[in-house]
Structures are given as C-alpha cells and as structure tokens.
Design a protein around this ligand. Structure first.
Ligand code: NAD
Ligand code: GLY
Length: 373
C-alpha cells in the first residue's frame, strides 16, 4: 500500500507596506532553515505557553541552533489561558528580551495560540519601539485569524484587547501537524472564526463548511489545510485594503462585540472550563449579531437559523451562558473598541455572506436580543 500524499503546502501573501507570506502545511516547524531565513539579527526570543512549550519548543530551538549556530536564543513561557494575557505577563516578556540583550534586529518567535501571539506580538511592537515578530501559530484559531494582520494586545480586567498596537509579522508559519495535539474543544473554537469568514464575505464558503463539517471535526488534514488557506486569503485581502481598521476590516469583528462582552463578564474564565473561550464566545456572538440583524429588519430569520445550525453542528455553543445579565453585557459593550461617540456599533449582515457596519443601534433592541439569547 502506498502512503497517502501529504497535503500540499499552501502559501498566502499579505500585501501592503510591509508584505509578508503565510505558509501553511504539516511539518513547517521542523523547517528551521525557512524560519531562520526570517531572522535578521543574532537574537531571538521564543515566546510560548505552558501547554505548547513542552510539546514543540525544544525541537524548534534545537533546529534553529543547528541552522544558525551563532544565534543567541532564549525562551519566555507564560502559563496558558486568556486570563494570562495581561500587562504583568507582557512586562515579564519584555524583561526576557532585556535579559537576552536583544538588539533592534532581534526577532520574537510567537509559538502558540492567539494568547501567545497577541502578547508576544505586542512585546515585539514595544521592545526598542519595534522588533520583528514571526508568528508560529499552533491553534486553528491562531492560524486562521490572530497570527495574520498585525493586531497585538493584552487584556485589562475592564475589557479585552484594550492595550495594544498594530504590528504585522515578518512571516507566519502555520504548521498544521501541531493541530494533532490540540484539544478538540480548541479545534472547535477555531472553526467559529472560520465560519465567520463565510458569514461576512462569502456564503459559498458556508456551503463548503456545511459539506465538510464532519471532516473538519475529525481533524482531516486536507480539509483543515483548505479551510485555513481560504480563511487566510479572506483575511489577507481585507487587511491589505485596510491595515488599521479604518474601514471594512471592522467586518472581521462580526460577533465580537457580543463575544467580548461575554468573555469579559466571565472574567476570561474559558481556560478553566468555567466560561466560554474566545472562539466559543464569538460563536454565540455571531448568532446574536444575526438575530439583531433580523430584529432590525436587515436580514431574514432563515439566515440566522442557518448560521446557528452550522455552529451547533460544529459543536459550538449558540446561546448566552446562564447567569449573565443582559444589562451587564450591554454595559461591557459600551467599553468595547467598536463603540464610538455615536454609541454602539455592530457588525451585522444583510444576508449570509454580506456583512456591514451599523451604528446607532438602540439599546432596547440590543437588550431584547440579549434577553432572548
Ligand atoms: P489560546 O492561545 O489560549 O490557546 C488555546 C489553548 O490551546 C491553550 O490552553 C493553549 O495552551 C493550547 N494550545 C495551543 N496550541 C496547542 C497545541 N498545538 N496542542 C495542544 N495545546 C495547544 O487561544 P486561541 O483560541 O488560540 O486564541 C485566542 C486569543 O486570540 C484571544 O486572546 C483573542 O482575543 C485572540 N485573537 C486575536 C486576534 C488578532 O487579530 N490579533 C484575532 C482573533 C483572536
Ligand atoms: N480579528 C479581527 C482583526 O484582525 O481585525
């Protein structure tokens, strides 16, 4: 019997002032020459978390040392979980760069999920006013969303991602083999952000996801690689047009105003199992955004139901967790970055595959949707 061919390596380019490539495929972390080619100086800091580092950091470090014997390499490992995406951990990461003696041509290697990517990227944005970051995402969510586009941040107790910077990576290497160790719950969380691209840009991608839901949930390499490459292409396109979210990049926040409110109100408790993680909160948020669109007369109820059914099929939550009050969630939304002087601003849709920004939505209607949700 012949061994199956490995899924093809995908490459997506992000254009703009500082263009970069996203490479997607199994085994990329072992391709040290490729990664080392992105290092301009002789200092590199691997930033990772307590789940990912024991699995992948030694191999990466050894391969990099072999590829670049003169590299001065160190590691900063933070405890896993959203509740660690803090200013305190960000400060520790900067201390690690200081101990390394990192110069302006240093590189931060962000090895992990979105928490690591956001925090490490923000540290790279700030160290000496900006050094390179290479994103090495190991969750589906980070591969399809957070490693691309240059948004970096940490959370405050009062709100998610409130302190951060735009700092595009020098390169992204998404080693899809790392998804084999990802807990099933985290794989599903990533699928929420994949569904988001279909919801906002292209209902034919929703058709594809409906047809491939079982393969994706089973961790099928080819299906996942295709979903990642297609998601990155949607994101690369909008980020190239609008790198600083002055226009339609905001569409990527579909479901996030509701989702961030849920995460903040739960005290970022997703990692402990006492709350929803980011992708799960976005899944609930997208259903609420679709229902708000229906309540405003923008879109039909059938579209909202189609989205809910797909998310449910992908094993994602679609209702607000018990115990969260509509009033408290509304108060959280006022501090969300997507609110502006005119009040609450939502990403809604006219139909599946066609999202738009809507400002000045009345509180009463939002409360009504939250109360029903
Ligand atoms: P995460 O980084 O917390 O990772 C989820 C869990 O999986 C963690 O416990 C982690 O240790 C573990 N893990 C990661 N890779 C693993 C692997 N290969 N094998 C085993 N375990 C692994 O969460 P996430 O869902 O990747 O990212 C969520 C974060 O991303 C949030 O903070 C969110 O705000 C941010 N985000 C940022 C952007 C952006 O544009 N910057 C976009 C979307 C989300
Ligand atoms: N995840 C939203 C963005 O990158 O703009």
């Amino acid at each position: 019997m012949t061994a199956p061919l490995p899924p093809a390596l995908h490459r997506v380019k992000v254009s703009g002032d500082a263009p970069y490539a996203i490479e997607i495929g199994p085994g990329l972390l072992g391709e040290a020459e490729r990664i080392a080619a992105q290092l301009r100086g002789r200092h590199a800091l691997i930033v990772s978390d307590g789940h990912v580092a024991p699995l992948y950091a030694d191999a990466l470090e050894n391969a990099l040392r072999a590829a670049r014997p003169n590299l001065t390499l160190a590691r900063y490992v933070l405890p896993p979980g959203e509740h660690e995406k803090t200013l305190a951990r960000f400060g520790e990461c900067l201390d690690a760069l200081a101990r390394l003696g990192a110069t302006r041509d240093a590189t931060v290697l962000a090895l992990g999920g979105g928490v690591v990517g956001d925090l490490a990227g923000f540290a790279a944005a700030c160290w000496m006013r900006g050094v390179d970051v290479v994103q090495l995402p190991t969750t589906l969510l980070a591969m399809v969303d957070s490693s691309v586009g240059g948004k970096t941040a940490v959370d405050l107790p009062s709100g998610k991602n409130l302190v951060g910077a735009f700092h595009p990576p020098r390169a992204v290497f998404a080693d899809t083999a790392t998804l084999r160790s990802l807990p099933a719950r985290e794989l599903r969380a990533g699928l929420a952000e994949v569904v988001k691209y279909g919801a906002i840009f292209d209902d034919s991608f929703l058709d594809w996801l409906e047809a491939h839901a079982d393969a994706l949930l089973a961790g099928d390499d080819a299906a996942l690689s295709q979903a990642i490459a297609r998601s990155c292409a949607y994101k690369a396109d909008v980020v190239a047009r609008d790198p600083y979210e002055r226009g339609d990049r905001a569409l990527l926040n579909f479901g996030h105003t509701f989702g961030h409110a849920i995460e903040t109100e739960q005290g970022y408790a997703g990692a402990t199992g006492d709350g929803l993680n980011h992708g799960e909160a976005v899944a609930v948020g997208m259903v609420l955004a679709a229902r708000l669109s229906t309540a405003l007369g923008l879109a039909g109820a059938a579209d909202a139901e189609r989205l809910r059914a797909l998310l449910e099929r992908l094993g994602l939550p679609t209702t607000i967790p018990a115990g969260l009050s509509p009033q408290a969630l509304l108060a959280r939304m006022r501090l969300d970055k997507k609110a502006d002087a005119s009040g609450l601003r939502f990403i809604l849709w006219d139909r599946a595959g066609l999202a738009r920004i809507v400002s000045g939505v009345a509180d009463d209607l939002v409360l009504q949707v939250l109360a029903a949700g």
